[in-house]
Design a protein around this ligand. Structure first.
Ligand code: FAD
Length: 301
């Protein structure tokens, strides 16, 4: 737990975040980040598509407090939308509201996200609003409420560590929803702290949404959860087109390929860009074994 808190604290350090941007992918981040530019990301997507794996693309970025930076992020994501379309790859967009100005002004952020959703909609492309920490939860749901009044190519994420996760899920059951355990540090009055409680709630949400929801993205590297889902869908005759598994780029590649080859819909989350630091530190917080990636890089040099 101490190590987890340590890496989450590092992920939120704005000085280190800005410093890391200048130095390209370091410390093993290149194993889990698909390059620093769109061309490299498209190359990785093509490779995954060749194995029957679709992708959700995240132009990495957080801690945006200046309008120019949020506008630049929007322009970059619009380029990603165009690149996905032009290259005819099987991919859609994942975005973080704080990168698009949520900490600056809600309406400004909504305008940015709306432009992306509108452009993606022209190409029949889905846009996922990723969920960040609790402070941004309600405004992110507000974005979904506002944009879904106009567009149907938008959905979001529900984090199982929240006590109220099932209520959120019930409210958004008619959306394409990604279910995750949750990656941020949240206080005990709103979120489960114990891994066992989070895992139990996660399974509860997955089962509920598979039975009642529109489309479920089960985003986990946990083989126990994946095996449970396989048995559950079989028992309840839930067809493969009602759900998919998702994992992050660079993690459990063998299992990703295996699930795709077994005929399950599989989607890899493909992060790219120079703003990799916070994303990478959260991965270390989730699984300190990922430090192996860092060590290998350091000692291979
Ligand atoms: P864990 O609970 O970390 O691991 C469970 C078990 O699985 C481990 O004990 C181990 O046995 C096995 N395992 C896990 N990883 C590995 C590995 N690399 N190799 C071998 N065995 C392993 N969080 C958010 O808060 N918001 C988001 O929008 C969001 N989007 C996400 C999108 C995707 C596609 C994914 C995969 C995750 C996302 N997350 C997000 C992160 C998520 O909330 C978890 O923090 C993260 O996935 C770690 O939990 P886990 O379910 O993968 O398994």
């Amino acid at each position: 737990m101490i190590l987890k808190d340590f890496f989450i604290a590092l992920s939120q350090n704005q000085f280190l975040n800005s410093a890391a941007k200048k130095y390209g992918l370091k410390m093993g981040a290149q194993s889990v980040v698909a390059g620093t530019n769109i061309e490299e990301a498209i190359h990785s997507i093509k490779e995954l598509n060749a194995h029957g794996i679709s992708c959700t693309v995240d132009n990495l970025g957080e801690f945006v407090f200046k309008k120019e930076e949020a506008t630049a992020a929007k322009e970059q994501i619009l380029k990603v939308v165009e690149a996905i379309h032009e290259n005819k790859v099987d991919a859609h967009i994942s975005l973080k509201p704080t990168q698009l100005g949520l900490d600056i002004d809600y309406d400004f952020c909504k305008g940015n996200v709306r432009e992306i959703v509108d452009r993606a909609n022209q190409y029949n492309m889905f846009v996922n609003i990723d969920m960040e920490d609790y402070k941004h939860l309600q405004p992110s749901f507000d974005l979904l409420d506002d944009l879904s009044a106009e567009y149907d190519n938008v959905g979001t994420v529900i984090q199982a560590y929240f006590h109220q996760a099932l209520e959120y899920l019930q409210k958004y059951q008619n959306f394409r929803i990604r279910l995750v355990k949750g990656a941020y540090k949240e206080p005990a009055d709103i979120a489960y702290q114990d891994k066992k409680d989070i895992d139990e709630n996660y399974i509860k949400l997955i089962e509920w949404h598979l039975l009642n929801g529109k489309f479920t993205s089960i985003a986990t590297h946990d083989h126990r959860v994946i095996n449970h889902v396989k048995a559950f869908v079989k028992k309840h005759n839930i067809p493969n087109d009602k759900f998919e598994f998702q994992m992050l780029y660079g993690f459990r590649r063998d299992l990703q390929l295996k699930l795709a080859s077994e005929g399950y819909n599989f989607c890899t989350y493909v992060p790219f860009g120079s703003d990799w630091y916070g994303y990478f530190m959260r991965r270390l917080a989730e699984r300190p074994q990922n430090l192996n990636l860092v060590m290998k890089q350091v000692f291979n040099k």
